[in-house]
Ligand binder design. Structure first.
Ligand code: GAR
Length: 184
């Protein structure tokens, strides 16, 4: 099975859905985080999944990414799935893993790259929002889209209610698209 590393910065609910769906199509070999206190990391540890935690604070981005890269390779990772990883990977890191990093983003790309996607979709008066799984390139949220799911924006939605509707769709979409992509 293809060996996948998952990178998280926080809660890690997408990571959990990827872990739960593993075993058929891919294997999760390590969960890594740039925030040692990330809740997702604690959950992964409880499941017995190898984890790696390192903050770039104090050591700088280059040293942080070199250590991350070494840890992922030592774990045998062949692919990286970003799951709420809130830090930009450098061009160097992306080039070293070219075509082998995917991300889930909470908008219907190419709309709303970057942050505050739900507030921006509501503000724009969109009838629908959603999420996208895409290949990671040097361009922020700019790589090829592998799959998307749509959800309605309902009257009275705020960023929070919309985010939780989109998040449910994310949990369904990410494992399915990751498997399809790895089997391509
Ligand atoms: C998810 O909605 C994910 O799409 C988003 O952060 C949330 C993480 O939740 N990612 C980004 O905004 C990436 N720029 P989770 O930690 O529970 O998976």
């Amino acid at each position: 099975l293809p060996k996948v590393a998952i990178l998280v910065s926080g809660r890690g609910s997408n990571m959990q859905s990827l872990v739960r769906a593993a075993g058929d199509g891919y294997e999760v070999v390590v969960v890594a985080s740039d925030r040692p206190e990330a809740a997702g990391l604690a959950w992964a540890r409880e499941q017995g999944i190898p984890t790696f935690a390192l903050s770039p604070k104090g050591i700088g981005k280059a040293a942080y990414e070199a250590a991350l890269d070494a840890a992922l390779r030592a774990a045998g990772a062949e692919y990286i799935a970003l799951a709420g990883y809130m830090r930009l990977l450098s061009d160097r890191f992306v080039a070293d893993w070219r075509g082998r990093i995917v991300n889930i983003h909470p908008s219907l790309l190419p709309k709303y790259k970057g942050l505050d996607t739900h507030a921006r979709a509501i503000e724009a008066g969109d009838a629908e929002a959603g999420c996208s799984v895409h290949v990671v390139t040097e361009e922020l949220d700019g790589g090829a889209v592998l799959g998307q799911a749509n959800v309605p924006i309902l009257p009275g939605d705020d960023a929070e209610t919309l985010a939780s509707r989109v998040l449910e769709a994310e949990h369904q979409l990410y494992p399915r698209v990751l498997k399809e992509w790895l089997a391509r």
